[in-house]
Design a protein around this ligand. Structure first.
Ligand SMILES: C[S@@+](CC[C@H](N)C(=O)[O-])C[C@H]1O[C@@H](n2cnc3c(N)ncnc32)[C@H](O)[C@@H]1O
Length: 233
């Protein structure tokens, strides 16, 4: 499908798919959305609850849709800011080409010019192999379909950033959320920009505890789902 780089309302770029009239991020602001959904209500939230529960200091994150690498990059920036050890897994079936990456303005918009090497590295490192990108951040990019994920009990956090249910309804089903549920550790958290009732019910049907939270600019609500297992007696 044809893809073109466009600029969103906060000045940051994203990729637009004309055939679907769908974007990789919110048109109201790609960077704003990414920080709100995935950092504020995802990473920062699990750090808050982790520090209470004294969980391990290696944080494993799974991203559903590596795409432009924006979520991976802001997570890398956070890992350096808070001195966290992050192991990131980015799953993506249709990688963005390096010529497209060259048109994205995230490094400038985030005033992260000193981290240009790391942003480039996120895209240039080879797939299917664990790669150390910085002292605090390593990544494995896996080129495959989300439906083929078979990880069990690995992740503390999932960034569920698939295209919307309007264009890919098959990615917002009970089957898909069961795969996500299995991939999470106990108390693991999944965050997504979506807030549809059918999505919330599919999450609940596989066992997630689901919260509705205020959405990013231009969106009333978003969802956060937690895998809560009863402790062994
Ligand atoms: C909303 S975009 C992800 C945006 C990304 N998180 C970012 O920060 O740029 C959704 C991504 O899912 C990928 N994708 C779509 N269907 C897929 C599938 N069935 N399996 C794996 N990847 C898929 C697309 O190629 C696209 O990169």
């Amino acid at each position: 499908m044809k893809r073109e780089v466009i600029v969103t309302a906060d000045g940051s770029s994203t990729i637009h798919i004309p055939e679907w009239n769908e974007q990789y991020h919110s048109k109201h602001g790609a960077i704003q959305e990414a920080y709100h959904v995935f950092i504020k209500h995802g990473l920062s939230y699990i750090l808050e609850i982790d520090s209470k529960k004294r969980l391990e200091n290696n944080i494993c994150i799974l991203e559903i849709g590596f795409g432009t690498g924006l979520n991976a990059f802001i997570t890398l920036l956070e890992s350096e800011k808070h001195n966290l050890n992050i192991n990131y897994t980015g799953v993506e079936a249709f990688p963005v080409a390096l010529e497209e990456v060259a048109q994205l303005n995230y490094v400038q918009q985030l005033k992260a010019e000193v981290k240009l090497t790391e942003f480039t590295k996120l895209h240039e490192v080879s797939w299917e192999k664990n790669q150390v990108v910085s002292n605090t951040f390593s990544i494995i990019k896996q080129q495959k379909k989300f439906a083929d994920i078979r990880d069990v009990n690995i992740y503390n956090l999932i960034y569920f950033d698939a295209f919307g249910a309007r264009v890919q309804p098959e990615l917002w089903t009970e089957d898909m959320f069961k795969i996500m549920y299995d991939a999470l550790k106990n108390n693991g958290v999944l965050v997504t920009y979506a807030a549809k009732g059918s999505v919330r019910r599919a999450m609940q049907a596989v066992g997630f505890l689901v919260e509705k939270l205020p959405g990013p600019p231009g969106k009333r609500e978003m969802l956060r789902a937690t895998k809560v297992l009863e402790p062994d007696l």
